[in-house]
Structure formats: structure tokens, C-alpha cells
Design a protein around this ligand. Structure first.
Ligand code: CTP
Length: 448
């Protein structure tokens, strides 16, 4: 079991932090808690001290009676510098909730309180893994400054869990900003610890590109189109057939990858050797992908995910004699962007954009940047004979390094093979840079 440091920052969601601590201890972990001064206005240190059975520190110069030890560990004789010892003795550092202010400080490398100082002392990539659970008002979360800070942190290997959509602290407000539930956070902690352990024990047979990079790789693929219920018989859907995603799954499995296919309303036979998870709505798809994401090496997001859903679907059937209904819509989560925000080092993420007519490539370039992808595969559905439900496709692969690869019209299985060739190159280069980072971090602390 692991030593987990939990940093609590100021925000309404701090009321859920004691439950995270309780669950982590119930799962057998040793937990220490540190707080920012503002966090103490929401939950007092005494609550955490009672649950952990260890002192809670709130300032960098505070004396730690346990000298940086975790419950169950021997206490060192020498008094260390508290923020260094607590994080250096940890197997993982979770900041929950992480307020917009703390996220900005982490992105900027500030060390103005114990929580932020400990984040710096965690040591970046190759050091103690840092997970954050953002929680704030939805307008704050959507602000470009917050998104840019999260992108910067993700680029440094800091995984963000959530936030989720739902009711917010301000009365009557709903949106994306709620801190993920404690059980979900603990699951993410376990996934991150497992991924770290794997990274130290496993390195799949790799090659420079093409087929050699694939055997044993875990590939998560989405396909089809989500359906958002209006009532018990009607839905808002789209024309995606799932053919491109199924072709990718078939070809990746043929290369020896272990493939999980999240299929939204697809009427095609499952490719041999592929695990298929059937989903209906964007929320189902988000949930299925969220559970498997930290386990995959590659995500190929070929599904057409609804951007809006009816905010109050009727339980039964809406009858026409009640008049023409007015449909109120609400946004769905951008699943790909949310997963990209919590990506682990070495993972390769590819989006798919069906664009219509002129300007499609430029629009897809924007999505590649905004969603922080490694590549995006774009096709023009206004061209006759390709796209939705057609056996053929004709695409451009836009790679984050600026390359653009045009693939002439061909059967979707052939297009899938060329896309996988490109992804194989991305995998090989991410593995190379991972190796360089590992050599650079050669003196980093071994996992506990
Ligand atoms: N996507 C997603 N979640 C959404 C919408 C899209 O994960 N709610 C993913 C798709 O699976 C695809 C990529 O984002 O891989 C691009 O999808 P697209 O619909 O083209 O982009 P949007 O961001 O929805 O932009 P727009 O609809 O304005 O074109």
C-alpha cells in the first residue's frame, strides 16, 4: 500500500476532502494532509488529524512532530524541512480540491504556501506523481487562463481528474466545475500508482514505426454516434455508422494490439479479438472511456459525440396533441479534451473530425490545438462517396509537429492501416522521449 500526501486548497469542495482521506485509509494507504490557509476556512485541520491519526501541516515553517514520516513508518531523529520531507516520502501527491488560484500557481511554479511548495518539491516528471482535482465555478473553469494553465500542467505530466458536470456551489447553477467524487479520485490514484509501477517493470516490444510498435499495446478506440434522448422513443443523433472506428479496431488487433472498442449505437459485427463496450449517450461514452483511459497507450477517438443534449428528457412519450414541444439543450462534456487534460506521459491521443467543405483543415487544426492532441484525422463529408456509412474514406492526418499527410480515397481498412502507421511513429517517438526523460531522472527516488 502507498504513502499518499493530500493537499487541500480553499474552495467549497474542500468539504469532500475528509471523505477522500477516509476512503484512502480504508483502502490501506498511509495518508498525510497539508492545507493552505484558505482551506482551513472550509475544513479545520482537526478533522483531518482525527481521520489520519497524524498532524496536519498548514505552513512551510511549521514543525512536524513526525519529521515527515507517514503513519506506520519509523520517525526519523532529525527534523527535516517539512514540505520537502512529506512529499519526498510520498508515493503520490494529490491536490483535492485544486482551486483556480492554486492551478495558476502550479502552472507558474510558485511556492507561496505549503501545498504549492510541496508540488515543486515533488520534482516534475520522473519525480513523485502529482494529481490534481480541479473544482470551481463553470465560468472560471471555461476561462482560457484556467484552460491554458491546465494544458501547461498536463504537458508536464500533471494529471487533472475531472471536474465533473453537475450542480455547482452557487445556488441553482449547473455546469462543468464540480470536483470529482472521492471514490472516482481514489480510483484515479490507484490507476496512477499502477501505471507508475508498470512503467518501472514493463516496456512493450517496440520498433521504429509500423507494426513493430504494436504488439501488447493497449488501444482504446471509440466508434459510432451517440444518441441523446428527447423522450422514451426519440433522440438527437448523428449519421456516423462506426465503420471507420471498427476498421481501426480490426487493423490494430491484427497488428497484435489489445483493443477495447467503445461502440455508440453501431450495427456492425465486432472485429475478432476485440473487447467491445456498447454505449448509447455521450455521458455513457465519457464514463466508459474515463474508466479505461489511464490503462491505454493510444486513444483513437473516432466516435461522433453529441455536443448538446436535451436538458430534461421526458420520462414517457411526448404526444403531439400536447402541442409542439420546446427543446431546451445543454452542452455535453468534451470527452476527448477532458481525457487529454489528464493524459499520462507517453500516451498518444488522436481525434477525428468530420468537416464540411472549405475551411475544414483550418477548423481541424484548431481542434488539434484546443484539445491538446498528438494528431487529428480530418475528412470532408461534403465530397460524394466518402464519409458517413460509406465503405471508402479520404482523409488528411494533421500531426502536432506540423506535418500534414494526405491519404487518397481508399477502403476504410486501408485508411485505418495508414493512420495506424502514423500513430506507430508517434508511439515510437514518445517512447524515445520517455527514455530520455528517464535517463535524465536517473537520480530520482525509487517508488516506495
Ligand atoms: N469529441 C468529444 N466530445 C465531444 C465532441 C467531440 O470527445 N463532446 C471528439 C470527437 O470524438 C472527435 C473530436 O472531438 O475525435 C472532434 O470532434 P468534432 O465534433 O469535429 O469537434 P467539436 O469539438 O465537437 O467541434 P464542432 O462540432 O464545432 O465541429
Amino acid at each position: 500500500m502507498a504513502r499518499i500526501l493530500i493537499g487541500v486548497t480553499g474552495g467549497i469542495a474542500a468539504y469532500k476532502a475528509p471523505e477522500i482521506v477516509r476512503l484512502a485509509i480504508a483502502a490501506g494507504h498511509s495518508v498525510r494532509v497539508i492545507q493552505t490557509p484558505t482551506a482551513q476556512r472550509f475544513v479545520g485541520a482537526a478533522s483531518f488529524a482525527a481521520i489520519t491519526g497524524a498532524p496536519v501541516l498548514t505552513g512551510e515553517f511549521e514543525h512536524d512532530p513526525l519529521h515527515g514520516a507517514y503513519p506506520g513508518d519509523p520517525v526519523a531523529e532529525r527534523t527535516p524541512i517539512s514540505h520537502l520531507a512529506l512529499v519526498q516520502n510520498a508515493d503520490l501527491y494529490l491536490i483535492a480540491p485544486a482551486s483556480a488560484n492554486t492551478i495558476a500557481k502550479l502552472a507558474g511554479g510558485y511556492a507561496d504556501n505549503l501545498v504549492t511548495a510541496a508540488a515543486l518539491a515533488a520534482g516534475g516528471e520522473g519525480g513523485v506523481p502529482l494529481l490534481i482535482a480541479p473544482a470551481m465555478n463553470d465560468r472560471m473553469y471555461g476561462h482560457p487562463a484556467v484552460q491554458a494553465n491546465l494544458a501547461q500542467l498536463a504537458g508536464r505530466g500533471v494529471a487533472a481528474i475531472g471536474p465533473d458536470a453537475g450542480e455547482l456551489a452557487s445556488h441553482g447553477e449547473r455546469g462543468v466545475g464540480r470536483m470529482s467524487e472521492p471514490a472516482v479520485l481514489l480510483e484515479a490514484v490507484h490507476e496512477r500508482l499502477a501505471a507508475r509501477a508498470r512503467a518501472h517493470t514493463r516496456r512493450p516490444a517496440g520498433g521504429p514505426a509500423g507494426h513493430g510498435a504494436w504488439p501488447g499495446r493497449r488501444v482504446l478506440i471509440t466508434a459510432g454516434g451517440t444518441r441523446e434522448p428527447i423522450d422514451s422513443v426519440r433522440y438527437i443523433g448523428n449519421r456516423s455508422s462506426g465503420r471507420m472506428g471498427f476498421a481501426l479496431a480490426r487493423r490494430a488487433a491484427a497488428r497484435g494490439a489489445r483493443v477495447t472498442l467503445v461502440a455508440a449505437n453501431v450495427a456492425l459485427d465486432a472485429p475478432p479479438g476485440v473487447e467491445v463496450i456498447e454505449v448509447a449517450t455521450a455521458a455513457d461514452l465519457a464514463d466508459a472511456c474515463g474508466r479505461r483511459f489511464s490503462d491505454c497507450d493510444v486513444l483513437l477517438m473516432a466516435a461522433a459525440v453529441a455536443d448538446f443534449r436535451p436538458s430534461a428528457p421526458a420520462d414517457g412519450k411526448i404526444h403531439k396533441d400536447a402541442g409542439v414541444p420546446r427543446l431546451a439543450l445543454e452542452p455535453t462534456e468534451d470527452v476527448l479534451a477532458a481525457l487529454a487534460a489528464r493524459r499520462l506521459p507517453g500516451q498518444v491521443l488522436v481525434g477525428f473530425a468530420a468537416e464540411h467543405g472549405a475551411g475544414g483543415i483550418e477548423s481541424a487544426r484548431g481542434k488539434l490545438r484546443r484539445k491538446r492532441l498528438d494528431a487529428i484525422v480530418v475528412n470532408d463529408v461534403s465530397l460524394p462517396g466518402i464519409g458517413f456509412d460509406a465503405p471508402d474514406n479520404e482523409v488528411t492526418i494533421i500531426v502536432a509537429d506540423g506535418r500534414e499527410v494526405q491519404l487518397a480515397r481508399a477502403a476504410k481498412d486501408l485508411i485505418a492501416d495508414r493512420v495506424l502507421d502514423e500513430v506507430g511513429r508517434l508511439l515510437a517517438s514518445s517512447e524515445e522521449s520517455g527514455d530520455r526523460a528517464a535517463i535524465g531522472a536517473g537520480s530520482a527516488r525509487a517508488p516506495g
